[in-house]
Design a protein around this ligand. Sequence first.
Ligand code: PLP
Length: 223
Amino acid sequence: MSIADNVRELLEQISSGNAYGEKVTLVAATKMQTPEDINRAIEAGIADIGENKVQEFKDKYDLVKGANRHFIGHLQTNKVKYLIGKTYLYHSCDRMELAEEISKRSQKCGVVSDVLVQINIGCELSKGGFSYEDGFSAYERIKALPHVRVKGFMAMLPFEGEDDYLLSLVKKMRALYDAVRLQDKEVEYLSMGMSGDYKLCLQGGSNMIRIGTTIFGERDYTV
Ligand SMILES: *Cc1c(COP(=O)(O)O)cnc(C)c1O
């Protein structure tokens, strides 16, 4: 199947929304993909793309046309300056120091940046993010910064685990999202779901998914 076929099939699959009937935003995860392939995906209907390395974000910025640019990877504080004013949504705001830097740099450029608070929902050593228990206070502290707007939460599920356990983690995240959204209508995204687990995430109430492999095929890490 071509990239265009994959995009059309995915968009069709998510057209009925998540388990709550809410609209689902599909972000194409474009790491290691060429600008040509990314543009093919955009022509087929992708409106949002996400890079996870600053260098790739910069290199492809002018070569890719017509999509919202998300940043979905781990972000070093000293590289924030390259993204300010160009990033539609930062998914991986995983520590206070990063949130403060995004706010400071945004202020300098006269913009307000939209961020998601990343939660380490599986309590994994290999992953960044605030603990689930600290999720609400992290939201409050980041929201208090002058030049960022908190639009929701992002989390990654562990690669391994029974479906029941993984679904329970998505539902925990949805509960946190719901609790915050009750008092803050700016909060509108729960970004959870990759190629291997997006169906389960939509079932648990995610409304934003980040998909690479299902659109572009397996990434070749040997080149
Ligand atoms: C690569 C990546 C994805 C997409 O992964 P696939 O399994 O290829 O769909 C999603 N989120 C982040 C943060 C990624 O780096």
